[in-house]
Design a protein around this ligand. Structure first.
Ligand code: SF4
Length: 369
């Protein structure tokens, strides 16, 4: 069953959401990895059934944009055939498992994620936006990415399981991690978590077995920046080109709008940003008008124009919802009634310093003309 156009839930391939440019069909690559045949299939399907564009999400998923209603079922069947979507809608809805993209075959992240994926049917019914993060590399890299139950590397070297929003978690062995996630999910439901909606908002005291003082190892270091995708939007055919040029056997999708080819070389590829210096890499902009019906303003062209003239992080949001970034930015523009509100150190929709500015006024104000 589907309900095009409903708001307030995470769309997936079985429950696509209607946007201004057509349906959004979400693909959740297992282990955040796309093989060559899957990339080729995506490029073909996105062009045949949609606009040809893909969006990368902050859960390391891909969204096929501009899908025509009449083609959705055929697209869905092809995605299932290519192992990109689960054939069971219920299983697809539960498959919200974020993995640290640097995992290696057989390591703890891979083994735990595999165990979790095999047992998702045992999870109680959780609010649609809830998910899991398996983040057991040398340090936690997914801390800022959306997840509710986290398995991470502990400061002492072992593993821990932590409810999002809590500073510390409880030590756990890799072999029992899936069991503990299921226990924590059941506790979440039994203790009234549904009303809170997300783990970080659920303040009920944890059960004794889940209380611990283990803290995750955190670092600001992020090696291998990979290939950046401005605003997270890319032509699906560009992924094929990325594989061709790098000779990669597969692509890893990250939750920070970057793609890591499984390759030892990193030559420039059209449409992608290499390195970490490009101002677009510190710029967020949702699709805005006309793609999103909630927006009365164009967003990304303006963001690209302003980005080189702004030090720090820029966020241009089509409306106060702030889909592109939930955290504060140095400069934030929020669309409202065909103009922009300008705020500093703020989230989209926060009280602005200046109201009702046109794109031209902003371009002049930041010296981008
Ligand atoms: S922030 Fe508003 S305008 Fe932008 S994509 Fe989200 S709902 Fe649409």
């Amino acid at each position: 069953m589907t309900a095009f156009g409903r708001r307030g839930w995470c769309p997936d391939a079985w429950r696509p959401m209607m946007a201004g440019d057509g349906l959004i069909v979400r693909v959740k690559p297992r282990f955040a990895r796309l093989t060559r045949p899957q990339v080729e299939a995506l490029a073909d399907l996105a062009g045949r059934f949609g606009s040809g564009a893909l969006d990368l999400t902050n859960r390391a998923n891909l969204q096929i944009r501009g899908v025509r209603e009449g083609g959705w079922r055929e697209l869905l069947a092809a995605l299932v055939d290519n192992g990109l979507v689960d054939e069971d809608p219920e299983a697809e809805g539960r498959r919200n498992v974020l993995v640290a993209p640097g995992w290696k075959p057989g390591d703890e992240t891979a083994r735990i994620a595999e165990a979790l994926l095999a047992r998702l049917s045992e999870l109680p019914r959780l609010p649609g936006k809830m998910g899991l993060a398996v983040d057991t590399g040398a340090s936690a890299v997914l801390t800022a990415c959306p997840a509710d139950f986290r398995i991470e590397r502990a400061e002492g070297g072992g593993l821990l399981i932590r409810l999002d929003g809590r500073e510390s978690g409880v030590a756990v062995h890799a072999e029992e991690a899936a069991d503990r996630v299921l226990d924590l999910a059941r506790w979440f439901i039994e203790s009234g978590g549904i009303a809170a909606g997300r783990a970080s908002r659920h303040l009920a005291p944890l059960p004794a077995w889940a209380m611990g003082k283990s803290r995750p190892v955190r670092t600001s270091l992020r090696c291998d920046p990979g290939y950046g995708v401005p605003f997270g939007r890319i032509a699906a055919t560009s992924l094929v080109e990325l594989m061709d040029v790098t000779g990669a056997a597969a692509l890893r999708i990250t939750p920070w709008r970057r793609i890591h080819p499984e390759s030892s070389v990193a030559p420039p590829v059209a449409g992608f940003l290499l390195g970490t210096d490009d101002p677009l890499l510190r710029t967020d902009g949702c699709p805005g008008a006309p793609d999103c019906p909630s927006s009365s303003v164009e967003t990304r062209e303006l963001a690209a124009r302003l980005a080189p003239h702004i030090s720090g992080r820029l966020h241009v949001s089509g409306c106060a919802k702030g889909c592109a970034r939930s955290r504060p930015s140095d400069v934030t523009l929020t669309g409202r009634d065909g103009a922009f509100d300008l705020a500093f150190g703020a989230r989209a929709g926060d009280p602005p310093a200046h109201r009702g500015l046109s794109a031209e006024q902003l371009i002049a104000h930041f010296g981008a003309s």
